[in-house]
Each structure stands twice: as C-alpha cells, then as structure tokens.
Design a protein. Structure first.
Length: 364
C-alpha cells in the first residue's frame, strides 16, 4: 500500500480532531478504527505539512477528492453542513461562562437564555424549533447575547454557515416587495436547514418585519415534523426588538423607586407585560401568528442599564483592546453618556451602545 498520502490525511484528521466534530469524535474514530496503529503514532509526528508540496499534484488532487468524499459522507450522517464548514460546538459551559462574565445587568436574560438553549440542545428530537424573542431598549445587550450564543454553539460564531443574521429594514426594506422577499426567505431558510439542521436565524429589529414575512417564517417554527420534506425542529430562531421596552423600563424604575434590588425582578413580573405590549403594539411582529399562537418559547427581557453597568462595559472595551486603565477613565467615559429619566438620571438612554467608540478617545 502506498502511504504517500498519509501526511495530508494526518493533517486533515488532526485538524478535524482538534477543531470540529469535538462532540462526535467517538463515532469519528470508530470509522478509522481499522487504520494501522503507526498511522497515529509515528507518521503523524514525523511528517510535516510541507511534505505535501513535494508530492505529485495528481496524487494530491486524488486524495483531496477522497477527503471530500469522506467529509461529505461524514457530514451526511452527522450534524454538519455539506461544505463541512458548519461546525457545531454547542458549548453550554462556554455559554454560561460568557454570559456571566461579559453580560452586565441582565440577570433574567442570562438565566433564561442558558435554560432555554441548554434544554433545547440536550433534547434529541425537539417538538419544534426553538424560538426566542429578546426585548428591550437599544444597547441593553440583545445583539450581544445573540452573538454569544452563536459563538458558543458554532465554531465560527456569526460567520458560521449555519448562522444567518437579518436586519429587517436593511434586508427587507420595501413593503411593496414583500411577496418577493417571502419567496426568497422561505427558499433560503429551506436550503439553509437542508444543509445544516441546527441552523440559527437571527432577526434584528424584528418589530419592523412585515407581517407577511413573519407568516412566511411561521411554518418553520410550528410543530410540524416536516415542511417541504425538511425537518426544522433542530433549528433556532431569535427575534430582537424594542417592543416591550417601555414596560421593562417602567417596572425596573418602579423597583428602584421602591428601594428594591433589580435582581429581585422575576420573569413572572415581566413576561406577561411584554406579551401584552407585543400584542398591542403596531407592526407585523405583534400581529403575526407567531405571537398569538404561542410559538415563541421565551420572551426574554433586557433591563435598562445603570451607571455601574456602563462602567463595566467600558472596562471590558478597554480590556479587549489591551489598554491599561484606571478607575477614573471608567467614570469619565460613563459620565459622557445620557441618562434618563430627567429627574433620576438612572438609566443610560442608549445602554452600552456607544461605549466602544467612546473608548477610542483614550487610545494612546
Ligand atoms: C467551552 O467553553 C469554555 C469556556 O469558554 C472553554 O474553556 C472550553 O474549552 C470550551 N469547550 C470546548 C469543547 O470548546
């Protein structure tokens, strides 16, 4: 047998072993169980990737075809895309860790997101796709949490081929083109889930989605086994909107005025209020069957952020740029923001939104 191709396969397998399919490695090594022991022990160590360049181009081509075939076959039996680029990590520990360390002032969002995603990813065959709806004013962390979810469930985070991000007014700007968008979106979702069962669809500014578009998405979130021959029940939909923000803000203010800790606010205090505000608000999201037929699994509130939370955002922004800071700088940046209501000046009007740009003033 000719072992010339081994370095390439070694390299590929090691890449695979190191990065993708971490969860499924058991299955994966079984496939190659029959390969000789020396394959792992000596050949992989001694041969460098550079050896490949010395090889005959035809051999390389033949083997890359072979690898492509294996990859395709492997992907057809496992949770990953045809391209092999869709790498699920489903790291719930990482999700919990990131939400605890990087998200500030959102005890409810943290708790409910972990609970929902953990439960969903642990269920072998869920009844329906997971649908989460994030509510709150801008800058409170809705996008940030969506990113954290993507980062921990997919190796390539938001760049993963399994993750699809829409900004309603940007991707679907013209109301008179709704029928075209509808067809495109449905086709897109169908193809995406065909290629990657655990796809994640994020809709930002969901309150601006046309009702027709939400109805187009609805069948994929409903309790059907299959839609057009495709099983959607492993995919996830996240809607981000500012609907409900008013209820959330006034309740948080009430707690503060009553001298209560904001961490004492419970889902019971807020979930129904949000649902009510969603149901009575204008726009497609509110009127769609998605909400009225209870297809949203969790309505997740994002509370308005206080001065102390903004300071933590400033600290994180400085740290992530590797800048040494003292506490005065945190105050200085945090003081530069606008706080509401007028009397109390309690909540940052734009949350942590402009913090990362403001920090740039302090770059050496
Ligand atoms: C999951 O995330 C944690 C925390 O970020 C990290 O330490 C760990 O290595 C990750 N696990 C995997 C399998 O990627």
């Amino acid at each position: 047998m000719n072992f010339q191709w081994l370095p390439l396969l070694c390299w590929w397998l090691q890449a695979v072993k190191g990065n993708l399919f971490q969860e499924q490695l058991g299955t994966f090594s079984e496939i190659f169980h029959s390969l000789p022991g020396q394959f792992w022990n000596s050949e992989c160590e001694s041969k460098e990737l550079t050896d490949i360049s010395k090889q005959n181009a035809n051999t390389l081509e033949a083997w890359s075809f072979f690898i492509h075939e294996i990859e395709g076959w492997y992907c057809s039996v496992q949770e990953c895309c045809e391209s092999g680029d869709c790498r699920l990590t489903n790291n719930i520990t990482g999700l919990e860790h990131d939400l605890s360390k990087k998200l500030h002032g959102q005890h409810l969002a943290k708790e409910v997101v972990v609970k929902a995603v953990k439960g969903f990813s642990a269920t072998k065959s869920p009844e329906k796709a997971l649908a989460l709806s994030f509510h709150g004013w801008s800058g409170t962390g809705k996008n940030f949490v969506a990113k954290i979810i993507a980062d921990n469930l997919y190796r390539d985070g938001l760049r993963s081929e399994c993750v699809h991000f829409y900004i309603a007014p940007f991707h679907f700007p013209h109301a008179n083109m709704v029928d075209i968008y509808k067809g495109q979106l449905q086709q897109f979702i169908l193809t995406a889930v065909q290629q990657c069962k655990q796809s994640l669809f994020i809709f930002d500014e969901a309150e601006k989605l046309h009702p027709g578009l939400i109805d187009a998405i609805k069948p994929y979130i409903d309790h059907y086994d299959h839609v057009d021959g495709v099983d959607f029940r492993k995919s996830m939909f996240i809607f981000l909107s500012n609907v409900g923000g008013n209820s959330i803000n006034s309740l948080t203010l009430e707690f503060w005025r009553a001298g209560q800790n904001r961490e004492e606010i419970t889902m019971d205090d807020l979930e129904h209020q949000i649902q009510r505000e969603v149901a009575t608000s204008r726009g497609g999201f509110a009127r769609s069957g998605l909400v009225t037929e209870n297809l949203i699994d969790f309505f997740i509130p994002f509370l308005p952020l206080e001065y102390k939370h903004v300071k933590l955002c400033v600290r994180d922004a400085l740290r992530s740029r590797g800048i040494k800071y003292d506490l005065d700088i945190l105050d200085e940046v945090a003081k530069g923001l606008l706080y509401v209501p007028k009397e109390e000046k309690l909540f940052a009007a734009k949350g942590c939104k402009s913090v990362s740009q403001r920090v740039n003033f302090f770059l050496p």
